[in-house]
Design a binder for this molecule. Sequence first.
Ligand code: HEM
Ligand code: NAG
Ligand code: NAG
Length: 186
Amino acid sequence: MAEETLKSGLLTNLFFEIIQSPVYIALVSLVVFLVYKIIKSRGNDFAVPPPAPQLPKLKKRDFTLKELTQYDGTQEDGRVLVAVNGTVYDVTKGKRFYGPGGPYEAFGGRDASRGLATADVSASAEEYDDLSDLSAMDMDSLRDWESQFQERYDVVGRLLKPGEKPTNYSDEEDSSSSTAKKSKDA
Ligand code: HEM
Ligand SMILES: *[C@@H]1O[C@H](CO)[C@@H](O)[C@H](O)[C@H]1NC(C)=O
Ligand SMILES: *[C@@H]1O[C@H](CO)[C@@H](O)[C@H](O)[C@H]1NC(C)=O
């Protein structure tokens, strides 16, 4: 019995000696530090990236082909618009694709319909393109692209045919801008 107590007493002493030793303290500190680092770096993976500065939503309006060319991302505000099958989308959040230097910059400020339909990144007509000569397969492909744009980007208006008059959106604009203001205030 006495021997047992002595033995465990020695072990306890040894234990306290170890945890008081500088090497032990250093090791524990290192482990704690590493665990902290790992947890912190994991946390960073889930952290929200800083939001890209957002342009105010463009007022709903229609564009001629010529007016559209202003919005290729080279002007001051850097806004990029793309027309797909007669609808103009604000693709500014996809600027890395359609903006200057992007892989699809030929679509920026242009009617991308034919290019998307025929998988030709360089095709962008100077003249209004009625797409009437596209094959059924190309039309299907364009339809798929169109639904992707609808999902991803805001509609700004329509691409005008030559001589077509722009729609007056002022009535709609009133209601949509007041809802936008409400959600921003909330
Ligand atoms: C070698 C051929 C190609 C490769 C490897 C390629 C690769 C890609 C990749 C990886 C993305 C997705 C990027 C992302 O979401 O971060 C993308 C998007 C896209 N690609 Fe391509 N692509 C090719 C050809 C084409 C062609 C020929 C067209 C023309 C029709 C095209 C039009 C697009 C468009 C419009 C987007 C969507 C950008 C957006 O989100 O708005 N690509 N491509
Ligand atoms: C393009 O839009 C017109 C309506 O403006 C529609 O009738 C046609 O099916 C669309 N084409 C494609 C390929 O989406
Ligand atoms: C558009 O309509 C509004 C009223 O609905 C009117 O006040 C405005 O002058 C119109 N603008 C044009 C360009 O016709």
